[in-house]
Design a protein around this ligand. Structure first.
Ligand code: DI6
Ligand code: FE
Length: 393
């Protein structure tokens, strides 16, 4: 396949724009990216914008139930943490997810999955974490894996058994850690159900010391780690994660500059999640000025409580408006930098030998993607060299 007359945002260095460019594809790979082509067989794309396939590197899209009631409660004055302490929050979704069948979870997840895919997502990360027992965590991860067989998308799964302590272990953290680190991780690793291990390090969830136990156990199974850290307070989770060479440290509104340096040195990336910041009406912005010297992925954090966000394009806009990222940084955040957050070096940019995961947009400039709200200019999606959505001109 040879595509020509494109405005290509290669994302190799900033936008890495190529005007009137062409891209050739063979066997699912990009074979060349050039300035112009004279080949008569080329498909003329009429000057449209081409970007890498989008990557949502942090989601919790498999879950049961609905927490719209908590949105009402928060707007009536209750705090997110108070709702969690009273047995709502994550535990509310845990009860609904335990009660749901695998098929029910799959049906609900597919709808959310499809809205992300409709905006050009070709790789997505999905976490467990609403089971908090071995059986339900395994059920969630299997549903996440199943999504990759039902839709043309790559799914990276993350085991988040350390999302919070379930009610039955509220007074027995050691007991839950035992189940998590020994039983759950052993089974999940043996069945190959997770590509990474995550934890929620926060006063309403896991402490730094408890998180470290989970990281150690992940290491014994050869699984990389990542962390929800410094979202509501500065506990020092990000530094711990850096010490364990985490793939990413996510949220980090409360991270200080020193912490930014520590994670940057470790090679971890800091994932910004503006959806949760928006929904929880947070005031503390992440340290963007310090972060932008390094790679900054962004993601929807699609989850039933703090970020019911089903649009990566909207998330790009939020990253610009709420955090002051430039549209260029926002697009890097869902392409090249998001690939880094998942440890993937074969995608996220448009260059020879990269996977041919591409999106053609009815747009002129790359900045058009993060500018409007609620508008999807997608024209076609190519994944692994095949057109999987829309059509070429
Ligand atoms: N990601 C999470 O995992 C937690 N917050 C966040 O941004 C909890 C999400 C929830 O309330 O269900
Ligand atoms: Fe999250």
């Amino acid at each position: 396949m040879l595509l020509s007359n494109l405005r290509i945002a290669t994302m190799t260095s900033g936008y890495g724009l190529i005007e009137n460019g062409s891209v050739s594809i063979a066997s699912g790979m990009i074979t060349s990216v050039a300035k112009k082509t004279t080949s008569a067989e080329a498909i003329d794309c009429g000057g449209r914008l081409l970007t890498p396939g989008l990557i949502d590197c942090h989601t919790h899209l498999v879950y049961g139930g609905n927490r719209a009631n908590e949105f009402e409660m928060r707007l009536n004055g209750l705090a997110y943490a108070d709702i969690a302490q009273a047995g709502g929050g994550i535990m509310s979704t845990v009860r609904a997810t335990r009660a749901a069948s695998g098929q029910d979870l799959l049906n609900a997840a597919l709808k959310r999955h499809d809205s992300l895919l409709a905006e050009g997502v070709t790789t997505i990360e999905i976490k467990s974490g609403y089971g908090l027992d071995v059986e339900t965590e395994v059920k969630m991860l299997k549903v996440a894996r199943m999504l990759a067989t039902l839709r043309p998308v790559d799914v990276k799964t993350t085991f988040l058994g350390a999302h919070t302590f379930p009610t039955e272990f509220k007074e027995n953290h050691a007991g839950y850690l035992e189940i998590l680190c020994n039983q759950a991780l052993a089974q999940i690793a043996k069945e190959g159900l997770a590509d990474a291990v995550d934890a929620f390090c926060e006063s309403i969830a896991f402490s730094v010391a408890e998180t470290e136990q989970v990281f150690k156990a992940a290491g014994t199974h050869g699984l990389p780690v990542k962390l929800h850290a410094e979202q509501l307070s500065n506990l020092g989770g990000a530094k711990l994660a850096a010490g364990y060479n985490a793939l990413s440290v996510d949220h980090i509104e409360y991270l200080d500059e020193d912490g930014v340096e520590t994670i940057a040195k470790s090679g971890s990336v800091a994932v910004l999640l503006p959806g949760a910041f928006y929904y929880l009406r947070e005031k503390q912005s992440p340290p963007v000025a310090a972060l932008r010297k390094h790679r900054v992925p962004i993601a929807t954090d699609l989850n039933p409580g703090s970020s019911p966000v089903l649009s990566l394009l909207t998330t790009m806009n939020m990253a610009c408006v709420l955090f002051g990222l430039t549209p260029e940084e926002a697009l890097l955040g869902v392409t090249a930098n998001a690939a880094c957050a998942l440890g993937l070096s074969d995608r996220g940019t448009i260059a020879a030998s990269q996977r041919a995961d591409l999106v053609l947009w009815d747009a002129e400039r790359p900045g058009d993607l993060s500018y409007p709200l609620g508008f999807n200019p997608l024209a076609a999606v190519i994944r692994n060299g095949e057109i999987i959505r829309g059509s070429l001109p």
